[in-house]
Design a binder for this molecule. Structure first.
Ligand code: ADP
Ligand code: MG
Length: 157
């Protein structure tokens, strides 16, 4: 089985395409992180855990709760900016952060697939589906077999 899949890299700026106004900011992983997803190239929504690593000289913008291993949903899609020839992975962490963390190192452990990419007739339909994704992710992650991944050695360095 392909899971768990380890992804990591410094958080990039995206196109600011409404992540925050949809109540769902997504931290973009760099292209170098993507080859790890090549076993499961299905586009769509995945779930797992993620952790943000502030640089040593960070001015304490993030709080202690912000740097724990946290549940996440991740969208994997073809990037229209690169004529749909490149995949992008965007991670929404289910946590209210004290500040943004652009440039910070991010690790994501992908544990499963939720659904393919869908076209939405309305913004409301999209927001509703994102809420469903988050519930599905939290339900799956609450199983003991998945909870153990929160303590995975991958996050300990
Ligand atoms: P962009 O297009 O630059 O990715 P977004 O609106 O998607 O803009 O916001 C993403 C940024 O928001 C992340 O890079 C991160 O710094 C910040 N952020 C704040 N809270 C979260 C969160 N819960 N999950 C992911 N990113 C978050
Ligand atoms: Mg984003």
């Amino acid at each position: 089985p392909p899971f768990p899949i380890q992804l990591e890299g410094a958080v990039q700026h995206g196109f600011g395409r409404g992540g925050k106004d949809l109540g769902c900011p997504t931290a973009n992983l760099p292209d170098e992180a993507l080859p790890a997803m090549s076993e499961v190239t299905q586009t769509g929504v995945y779930y797992g855990y993620a952790r943000v690593y502030p640089p040593k000289d960070a001015d304490k913008e993030l709080k202690e709760e912000d740097v724990k291993v946290l549940p996440m949903v991740m969208s994997l899609g073809w990037n229209p900016f690169y004529k749909n020839e490149r995949l992008t992975a965007e991670v929404h962490i289910m946590h209210d952060f004290a500040s943004d963390f652009y440039g910070y190192y991010l690790k994501a452990l992908v544990l499963g697939y939720i659904r393919p990419e869908l076209d939405y007739i309305s913004r409301e339909a999209l927001i509703e589906d994102i809420e469903t994704d988050k519930k599905v992710a939290l339900n799956s992650l609450s199983r003991p077999a998945y909870e153990k991944f929160q303590a995975d050695p991958f996050f300990q360095s």
